[in-house]
Each structure stands twice: as structure tokens, then as C-alpha cells.
Design a protein around this ligand. Structure first.
Ligand code: ADP
Ligand code: 3PG
Ligand code: MG
Length: 392
């Protein structure tokens, strides 16, 4: 399944590359709170610049409905300029015909960044006309957006109908690191999944139970599984449409003799988070409250499992980490994982943002920029955005 990378492109100098990246980072008060996803794409940008290539960068940010200044890539453009030392030209109305002329006219030692690619509806629809328009800005397509490559969108998949596609250096690294860990995982193999993107994550757990010895759940996704057991979840986030699917996953876990671990205790407050946080057992959640974190018993249990594990993969915060009162479960998990001797892979947009102590990062085998994408890659060994790239 090896794919051609930017190193395999003959005669690349002087060409224009359309470079899709996953700059879907977290913002607070209009400022970038964690730039790991940007930093990780810099080697590809620097490599292309060293080859005298003109770069047109494209990324989404969040899930905007149409053009919305709150989701503009402006703060990202500033960070890219800081990290590369290059001027970054942000093209706002990149869907207009004039944008192509503008991109073509800019000097090649400056960078071009299209504003949030999801501002145009053609992106998510994988609209061929929009994909062709994007392709007309460049000569070659490079995908370095591992974290978004599970999406069949125009700047990830559709564009390869019009331009030859190659993997960027981050994409290559992600594929190699995750494939290596999965090929012969040191056992016990523990996968920890949290966060809130329940539909996409639930659908991969079933398959992950085939390869992992234990799948431990926390965060909002665990609520749906507890609800599937029949426990009252009060006002907590529960994806009721996924409850049936969660039951199928339980059934599979029983048949596989693999373990699916749910929180033993949870931290609750009222929906507005006014009430002082309180810890209760998983089966004692009153109707008028919501779950915002995992409790101490669950943290200890995870710590014990981590101590014994040979391979650990973690995606998704254990609670609403943005509020420090509900970040303890996530912080304690990171501490346990970074103290482990196992092969460790940690990934996901919010998961990376939740990491405050950079020193922990050095102790982790691989920091992945993918969250749902990483889980999906574990499930099928490839992604739609990887499949369409040139084979080596
Ligand atoms: P990642 O980006 O790491 O893949 P997700 O995007 O799936 O993670 O989920 C991250 C979001 O989940 C965060 O905004 C976090 O606040 C939220 N979250 C996690 N647990 C809970 C919970 N119990 N209640 C509400 N939100 C939660
Ligand atoms: C992510 O953060 O998981 C990726 O950037 C994909 O975002 P999406 O779930 O909005 O497609
Ligand atoms: Mg996220």
C-alpha cells in the first residue's frame, strides 16, 4: 500500500503544489491554543520551499455553516508566518474565479493560505466543479492532512481527479508509525477512547475489539454506552441514535473475550455547571445533572491497566477538559500514559489541546495529529484520502 511521497516527485522545482493540511486547531478568544497540528506540517512546507515550489495551503477549521468569521483561518495564517518566517497571503473568497489569478500571480517565496475550505459547500459535498476549481490553482496535489483524510471531501479526495496526488512527510510518518505499532502490538494492547464525536468513533470500536485486548471508554462517548446498559444519564450528552450500535459492540466484546471498560465513577454538576462538582458511581447519576469527567476510581483503574500494557493508543479527552474543574480525568490519564514503558500513541485535535505539560509529549512514542482519522485508520488500515494518492 506504499504511496508516493513528495520525495518521489521528479522535476518538482518551479511547480505549484496544492497542499491540503489539517490545521483544525482549537482557538480561544481568537488565539491558537495548541499549534501541534501546524508544527507537524512544517517539515513538508520547508521541504517544498527548499525545492523552490510555490505552495497553496488548504485546511478546514471546525464545522462552520457557510462563511463565518469565527471560523476564519486568520489566526492560523499568523502562526504559519511565525513558524516559517514567510509572508502568508490569506485568500478569503477562494471560490471566485479571480482567486486563481491571484494565487498564480503571487511570488513563490511567499505562502498562500485559502481561508476555511468548509466556507464553500462544495468541499463537504466533494463537488467536482469545486474540486476542479481548486485543482486549477496548482500543478501537483500533496496531502499532508492525515487528521482529515477519513473525509471524502473536495480538497482531500475530489481534487485527485484533476491532479496527481502525493503524500506529504507528516502523512508518511503517521502511516508508518501507526502501521508499525499495529502490525505486531506488544500485549496487552490497550485502546482508550474518549471525546464527543460519538457516531464516527462508535463505528470503529467494534473492529478495534478484534485487535486490542481492552478498549476503555471515557468522555461523552462513554455516556452512550452506559445508557445502552440502561443506566440513567440525567442531562449528560448521550447519542440516543447510537445506543443500539453500542449494544452490538457489547455483544461483540463478549464474544471476542476482549474487555470493554466503562467508567466506574463520574464527576457531575448541573447542566450550567454552577453546582460544585461531585463524584458518584456510574449507576447513581441523578436525573437533573450531567456527567463532565471520570472519577478517581476510574482514574486509578486506568492507571493499573496502563502499568501492565505493552501498547497503548489514546484518543479523546475523558471529560470537558476546557473547564479546569473537569480536566482531572484527562490530566491523570496523560500522566499515567507518559510514565509508561509501553509503545504509546496519543492523537486527536482536542486530545492534543488538552495536553498542557509539553514535557509529557517527549515520553510518548508517537503524537498523532489524527483523532477519528487515527481510529478509522486502525480499523481499515487506510483512509479515503490515502487511497487516492499515487502508488509507489
Ligand atoms: P478529539 O478531537 O481529541 O478526537 P473529540 O473532538 O471527539 O476529541 O471530543 C472533544 C470534546 O469532547 C471536547 O470539547 C470535550 O469538552 C468534549 N467532552 C468530553 N467529555 C465530555 C463530557 N462528559 N461532557 C461534555 N463534553 C465532553
Ligand atoms: C478532527 O479534528 O478530527 C479532524 O480535523 C476532522 O474534523 P471533522 O470531524 O470536523 O471532519
Ligand atoms: Mg475534536
Amino acid at each position: 500500500m506504499r504511496k508516493k511521497t513528495i520525495r518521489d516527485i521528479a522535476g518538482i522545482s518551479g511547480q505549484t503544489v496544492f497542499l491540503t493540511v489539517d490545521f483544525n486547531i482549537s482557538l480561544k478568544d481568537g488565539k491558537v491554543t495548541n499549534d501541534t497540528r501546524i508544527v507537524e506540517a512544517i517539515p513538508t512546507i520547508k521541504y517544498l520551499l527548499s525545492k523552490k515550489v510555490k505552495i497553496v495551503l488548504a485546511s478546514h477549521l471546525g464545522r462552520p455553516k457557510g462563511v463565518d468569521p469565527k471560523f476564519s483561518l486568520k489566526p492560523v495564517a499568523e502562526r504559519v508566518a511565525l513558524l516559517t518566517g514567510k509572508k502568508v497571503n490569506l485568500i478569503e473568497k477562494y471560490w471566485e474565479k479571480e482567486a486563481v489569478d491571484k494565487v498564480r500571480s503571487l511570488p513563490s517565496d511567499q505562502l498562500v493560505l485559502l481561508d476555511n475550505i468548509r466556507f464553500h459547500e462544495g468541499e463537504k459535498k466533494n463537488d467536482p466543479t469545486f474540486a476542479k476549481h481548486l485543482a486549477s490553482m496548482a500543478d501537483i496535489f500533496v496531502n499532508d492532512a492525515f487528521g482529515s483524510s477519513h473525509r471524502t471531501h473536495a480538497s482531500i479526495v475530489g481534487i485527485t481527479e484533476y491532479l496527481k496526488g502525493y503524500a506529504g512527510l507528516l502523512m508518511e510518518k503517521e502511516i508508518n508509525m501507526i502501521s508499525d505499532a499495529l502490525e505486531k502490538p506488544k500485549r496487552p494492547f490497550l485502546v482508550i477512547i474518549g471525546g464527543a464525536k460519538t457516531p464516527e468513533k462508535i463505528s470503529v470500536i467494534e473492529r478495534i475489539l478484534d485487535i486490542a485486548d481492552t478498549v476503555a471508554l471515557g468522555g461523552a462517548i462513554a455516556n452512550t454506552f452506559l445508557a445502552a446498559w440502561g443506566f440513567g444519564m440525567g442531562q449528560s450528552i448521550v447519542d440516543y441514535e447510537m445506543v443500539e450500535m453500542a449494544r452490538v459492540v457489547f455483544w461483540k466484546a463478549t464474544r471476542q473475550h476482549s474487555a470493554l471498560m466503562l467508567p466506574l465513577d463520574v464527576v457531575i454538576s448541573d447542566n450550567q455547571r454552577q453546582a460544585k462538582p461531585k463524584t458518584v458511581d456510574y449507576n447513581q447519576v441523578p436525573p437533573n445533572v450531567a456527567i463532565f469527567d471520570i472519577g478517581q476510581k476510574t482514574q486509578n483503574h486506568l492507571k493499573d491497566m496502563i502499568k501492565n500494557a505493552g501498547t497503548i493508543i489514546w484518543n479523546g479527552p475523558m471529560g470537558l477538559y476546557e473547564d479546569p474543574r473537569f480536566a482531572k480525568g484527562t490530566d491523570s490519564l496523560l500522566e499515567s500514559i507518559s510514565g509508561s514503558k509501553a509503545i504509546t500513541i496519543v492523537g486527536g485535535g482536542d486530545t492534543l489541546t488538552s495536553i498542557k505539560t509539553k514535557s509529557c509529549l517527549k515520553k510518548i512514542t508517537h503524537i498523532s495529529t489524527g483523532g477519528s482519522a487515527m481510529l478509522e485508520f486502525m480499523k481499515i488500515g487506510t483512509l479515503p484520502g490515502i487511497e487516492v494518492l499515487e502508488n509507489a
